[in-house]
Design a protein around this ligand. Sequence first.
Ligand code: SF4
Length: 360
Amino acid sequence: MSTVLEPRSKSMPPHVAPTAPAGVRSDWSRAEVDALFALPFMDLVFRAASVHRAHCDPNQVQVSTLLSIKTGACPEDCAYCPQSARYDTGLKAEKLMPLAEVVAKAKLAQASGATRFCMGAAWRAPKDKEIAQVAAMVREVKSLGLETCCTLGMLSKPQADALKDAGLDYYNHNLDTGASHYGDIITTRTYQDRLDTLAAVREAGMKVCCGGIVGMGETTAQRAELLHTLATMAVHPESVPVNELVAVPGTPLADAAKLDPFDFVRTIAVARILMPRAHVRLSAGRATMDDALQALCFLAGANSIFYGEKLLTTGNPDTAADQALFARLGIRAEGVFEERVETCAGHDDHPQAEPGHAAR
Ligand code: SF4
């Protein structure tokens, strides 16, 4: 098996923010983002595919596995989320998973080709004792040779430092939607709370995984607003999960209108153009996408997926189906069979797993 290149920022001392790579812009105007969404579909996808080829190997897709280490009974009111204690979705709440079980799942994920292992817990904000428990998991998973990612809710700076010290590579905390739509989706924490957590993660020296969910009744302008916020961060998130709402019965969004698949592809394409070196992740919602639509997403610049049967609490295509699709498309899993291409190394990733949590 070939070597996975070390992420470039790994040697960076903590508390020193990385700078944007040359040729990557953080000065996008909102009008520019709106104009991208207004392009004819073919023009948009062609442009996104061209940007993708200029910055990444278009036939390489990064593969992560997501494990829910603590499920349900969350006090937050995210309207899409079956893990909220406020909605009757039939989800069985589970306490924090024992360390040995997490390690066993990580080994299985590694054996099936995952290079990154994401651990998600349905908390509003973890207590310090819980951070210590998760830090122990991070150390063990990391010692297997896997990249590590967590999505645990809001973090204080000392908590982010503790996770960084344990070896955590990525922290997922999604913005979910555009700021003007946010109050329709979540009332128990603010947009600024989310931005503050993202700042604490960056300052601690971890890589940021941050994206959102489309199909929650937002307008195209509000999708543009979300991507504009992400793309004007001084340093883009290394991973940008783009989730399609999984409408779960019992949640307030159970009857949300189904998204036009081309609008999903447009969102992927615009994210790719705006954040050319990020790993744009095809996340929640993939279970209901046919192979042709997934291929179109890859063409439009998606270059990361979650692998495995469950995406926190919603379904995900099974591993064998994913492997077969990769083979049919000639796609290689990044870091499994060969080295990452330099242009994408160190630039990466949470789906509707909590779509606010993995999808969080
Ligand atoms: S998305 Fe996260 S914070 Fe929101 S209800 Fe679900 S588990 Fe809780």
